[in-house]
Design a protein around this ligand. Structure first.
Ligand code: FES
Length: 107
């Protein structure tokens, strides 16, 4: 599966062959994408994996659940309408080609 991820440094990373089930946080962290920290290890408890999903992909990626939404509130100053926590978005076939941009750290 293909994912394009832009780091906070503006560097665009294109990944081919991403395995189904891999989260965007894992993908970014394993590949050193700037701005993806994943401090809580994917537990939806830190928001350091915050990404903006490209508008055209948001519907397919889905909306955050209640817990994720509560975490996103903590980074409300940099939250956008297509914000998601990268650890809560796992790759699946219909997301092949997904494009996301890493969000800047919250103030
Ligand atoms: Fe902590 Fe996603 S890695 S919320």
């Amino acid at each position: 599966l293909k994912v394009t991820m832009t780091g906070v440094d503006g560097i665009v990373h294109t990944f081919e062959d991403v395995e189904e089930g891999t989260s965007l946080m894992e993908l970014g962290r394993q590949n050193g994408v700037a701005g993806i920290l994943g401090d809580c290890g994917g537990g939806c408890a830190c928001a350091t994996c915050h990404v903006y999903v490209a508008q055209e992909w948001y519907a397919r990626a889905g909306q955050p659940d209640e817990i994720e939404h509560a975490m996103l509130d903590i980074v409300a100053d940099v939250m956008e309408p297509t914000s998601r926590l990268g650890c809560q978005v796992r790759m699946r076939p219909e997301l092949d080609g997904l494009e996301v941009t890493v969000a800047p750290a919250s103030a």
